[in-house]
Design a protein around this ligand. Structure first.
Ligand SMILES: Cc1cc2nc3c(=O)[nH]c(=O)nc-3n(C[C@H](O)[C@H](O)[C@H](O)COP(=O)(O)OP(=O)(O)OC[C@H]3O[C@@H](n4cnc5c(N)ncnc54)[C@H](O)[C@@H]3O)c2cc1C
Ligand code: SF4
Ligand code: SF4
Length: 385
């Protein structure tokens, strides 16, 4: 037999590889710690057989006729969930090319970058410089967006996250500040009207799912016109962190906690009496009470509450977002990485409207060095979206 009659002969129809579907996604990502829990696959599923409930860490199949690791619609040709998962058979260069029109240069430590700014809101407060909150409220006021997908504290469960779509500038204020457990923010795309123009605020893994969904052309992802990624090295398991660690181990009343921050240590500000911690009565803990009634807990004591999925995440700075925002050791300022012309236009116009003020990044070499160090450290973990 002539070999060329089989290989590459147009007369012989090629066997096309079967399309991947949920069973492949489950085996390779969703059923493993590679899954970020971003929820993009749940949003993409046209049959609504995937779900991701509060208290869960990953999506799951709800169709009883299919079983947890199968999907009868996938067997019939549906591949939507696999098309939007940034961790399924990743091809970062092609994703970047679609997203930014180019791949990153070797000297771009944080991925595609147009500009880097150190910014803070002139009027509103936030976790760091309040950039994110100020930007969303301003963008609504100036008609750039109709609303935003944000995460606010759940009024019924202190320090738990409640993802919402806000449509009024005043509503945005209720989402200011960081809560360090996972929010199912992408699922809010189910609630977005197709004609809305939304901003999305989320963690790098969520923005990666969003962008992959947009690049795939699925219409559920279309309402988002600008994405803001919060820089992130890890999040904590809800029960292990809020209940087991803060409430039970450290005896903290979550209704009295006013702020949680991570700056080399976990810093929990509260107005409750902390004499039990100051007197060293938390067995085996090196936590201390600092000025301002802040409990300082060494990160090694918090590490056991980190979500397993974060261990394989390489994206500290939100490399696929329009705009990335982080605290990186700054006090009262937000480090912003501007990646797209849309985000650059927002930042310039906000400075012009005196909604933001800025410091020359050159004035803050330590923050820039820390940003690049954290990004490099995280990239060494393994997976890249
Ligand atoms: C889980 C988590 C981990 C982080 N880790 C780091 C880090 O390691 N290093 C670093 O430099 N910066 C980190 N950040 C970012 C930092 O805490 C600030 O969010 C960022 O600097 C923007 O500050 P800001 O004052 O401009 O934001 P704000 O104006 O205070 O706005 C905060 C926005 O964050 C959103 N938000 C709050 N909590 C969550 C959540 N759990 N999930 C999704 N969205 C949320 C709200 O919707 C709000 O829109 C982290 C943030 C989070 C939420
Ligand atoms: S799309 Fe997100 S939630 Fe779904 S399998 Fe992939 S990483 Fe997990
Ligand atoms: S470390 Fe990565 S996977 Fe974990 S929450 Fe942050 S962005 Fe998502």
């Amino acid at each position: 037999m002539r070999v060329d009659s089989v290989v590459g002969d147009p007369a012989v129809p090629e066997q096309s590889a079967p399309k991947p579907s949920w069973s492949d996604l489950f085996r390779e990502v969703a059923g493993t710690d590679v899954c970020a829990g971003c929820g993009a696959c749940v949003v993409a599923c046209p049959r609504k057989v995937l779900a991701y409930a509060s208290g869960e860490t990953r999506p799951y199949q709800t169709d009883e006729a299919s079983g947890p690791d199968g999907c009868r619609f996938g067997d019939a040709g549906c591949d939507a969930c696999t098309r939007v998962c940034s961790r399924f058979r990743p091809d970062p260069e092609s994703l970047e090319l679609h997203r930014f029109g180019r791949t990153r240069r070797p000297d771009e430590a944080l991925g595609n970058e147009l500009d880097r700014r150190v910014l803070r809101a002139v009027a509103s407060a936030g976790q760091d410089g309040g950039l994110v909150t100020a930007a969303l409220a301003w963008a609504m006021r100036t008609g750039r967006i109709d609303g935003a997908i944000v995460t606010r504290p759940d009024p019924d469960r202190p320090w738990h996250n409640l993802p919402v779509i806000v449509t009024e500038p005043d509503e945005v204020l209720s989402s200011a500040g960081s809560r360090y457990t996972y929010s199912r923010s992408l699922l809010m795309l189910h609630e977005a009207a197709p004609t809305m123009r939304l901003a999305f605020v989320g963690l790098p893994c969520q923005v990666a799912g969003l962008v992959k969904g947009q690049v795939s052309g699925l219409k559920r992802f279309r309402p988002v016109v600008l994405s803001i990624a919060l820089m992130c090295s890890e999040t904590f398991e809800e029960t292990a962190f809020l209940h087991d660690l803060l409430e039970v181990r450290f005896g903290l009343d979550l209704t009295r906690v006013t702020r949680v921050n991570v700056k080399g240590k976990l810093l929990v500000s509260t107005d409750q009496d902390l004499s039990h911690i100051a007197a060293g009565r938390v067995a085996g803990s090196a936590a201390r009470v600092a000025d301002g009634n802040v409990v300082e807990i060494p990160l090694r004591e918090v590490r056991p509450t980190v979500r397993a999925q974060c261990g394989s995440c390489t994206d500290f700075s939100g490399e696929l977002a329009d705009l990335s925002a982080g605290g990186v050791g700054l006090d009262g300022w937000t480090m912003a990485v501007v990646r797209t012309p849309a985000a650059a236009e927002w930042v310039e116009a906000m400075l012009e409207d005196e909604v933001l003020e800025q410091r020359p990044p050159g004035e803050l070499p330590e923050a820039t060095a820390l940003l690049e160090r954290l990004a490099a450290k995280q990239r060494a973990r393994g997976h890249r979206p």
